[in-house]
Write a protein that binds this ligand. Structure first.
Ligand SMILES: [Zn+2]
Length: 104
């Protein structure tokens, strides 16, 4: 990522609706909740400038959106499956060591 972008073209830094390209005053510099032209929800799909879209300056893709419910459930299931996997490995190791100790 380029640290500091130097350009005289201010349009590079003007935030616009990523759905329709609207960059008028009703967008309030990207802080409006909905696009005035197309009605796009700017909280889930924030307005971005060309410099942000091209990665020339840093900007989060979403405004601290909480983790969606399906993603959270997916992580929860993944954690439980990982726990069950290692628990079964532990049980198998204990059974193996116990059978080895009994055989002597
Ligand atoms: Zn729009």
């Amino acid at each position: 990522m380029v640290g500091k972008v130097q350009t005289l073209n201010r349009r590079m830094f003007k935030r616009r609706c990523v759905a329709c390209g609207y960059d008028g005053a009703l967008l309030h510099g990207g802080s409006a909740e909905r696009c005035a032209r197309c009605g796009c929800d700017l909280r889930t799909r924030p307005a971005r400038s060309y410099a942000e879209m091209e990665g020339l300056i840093g900007h989060p893709l979403t405004i601290d959106a909480p983790m969606s419910e399906p993603r959270r459930q997916e992580r929860f299931i993944h954690r439980w499956l990982t726990f069950l996997f290692f628990a079964m490995l532990g049980v198998i190791a204990i059974v193996y060591l116990a059978s080895a100790a009994v055989s002597f």
